[in-house]
Design a protein around this ligand. Structure first.
Ligand SMILES: [Zn+2]
Length: 167
């Protein structure tokens, strides 16, 4: 997606929710504008290639909360090609194990709920720790600010980058 200088100026003053309501994808706009919506995310992205991006969430519901987003704009899983969905599931599977290894949580929950007029397809991986009750309440745990941990970041990044994906 390309944006004019005027659009960039106008959209950068809007919130992600308002952009979505106006039919402008906040994720695509954020990337095109060099992070004007979600800020600099280089300390969150652990892996990216031509198809996908794996990153820590900026407002996580648990330490180690991650997401996988497509590079190209799709509204949700139902719009994306099967080959891409397959790749996302395989990366999610690998990341689930990595998150358990690095963060010491007990389980990792997977959800994808792409809603709004201009949502960008992504899936979320939310850790559940041993001291937390099992169940769907883990999907709506209170959010907090992402805290960059260089050791954990580098470990996750190294492990997911070493993953050999077979189409
Ligand atoms: Zn998008």
């Amino acid at each position: 997606m390309k944006f004019s200088k005027k659009q960039i100026e106008e959209y950068s003053r809007m919130s992600a929710a308002d952009l979505n309501d106006a039919g402008i994808c906040p994720t695509c706009f954020n990337r095109a504008s060099g992070g004007l919506i979600f800020g600099d995310d280089t300390n969150k992205i652990v892996y990216s290639d031509a198809d996908i991006e794996c990153a820590f969430v900026g407002n996580p519901r648990a330490d180690g909360h991650m997401m996988i987003a497509t590079q190209k704009h799709y509204h949700d899983m139902s719009e994306a090609p099967d080959a891409l969905n397959k790749k996302i599931v395989c990366y999610a599977k690998r990341l689930m194990k990595i998150i358990v290894e690095v963060f010491g949580c007990e389980k990792v929950y997977l959800c994808t709920m792409c809603d709004g007029p201009a949502n960008h397809y992504h899936i979320q991986l939310i850790p559940r720790y041993s001291y937390e009750k099992r169940g769907s309440k883990n999907f709506v745990k209170e959010r907090h600010d992402y805290v960059f941990d260089s050791e954990k970041f580098n470990l996750v990044s190294q492990k997911i980058s070493n993953f050999k994906y077979h189409k």
